[in-house]
Design a protein around this ligand. Structure first.
Ligand SMILES: [Zn+2]
Length: 94
């Protein structure tokens, strides 16, 4: 699945509900999910399956937020296609 396909999939599942909630409310949900990821990272012992699920949730909320603001995540990712956006090197030498 490409980043663009992921964003389209998340739009098909959630866009209408998220559009109704609006950007501000959706941003709060996104931050809540980031908090859940933080908890999972700190949990010992780490569990890859639960970590993976939390990463998926954060990515989904990031994606829906981008959609609400008219941003394509694949376009955003392109900013890093040629290395560090500041020094253009891989690895970064800034
Ligand atoms: Zn750099």
């Amino acid at each position: 699945m490409t980043i663009q396909e992921f964003q389209q999939q998340i739009e098909q599942i959630y866009f209408d509900r998220d559009a109704e909630r609006g950007v501000d409310g959706t941003f709060v949900w996104f931050i809540e999910e980031v908090g859940e990821l933080a908890k999972e990272i700190r949990r010992e012992p780490r569990n890859k399956e639960r970590l993976c699920a939390e990463f998926a949730d954060v990515f989904a909320w990031l994606s829906t937020l981008a959609s609400l603001l008219g941003i394509g995540l694949a376009d955003a990712a392109e900013i890093y296609a040629n290395g560090c956006p500041k020094c253009r090197s891989t690895p970064c030498i800034c």
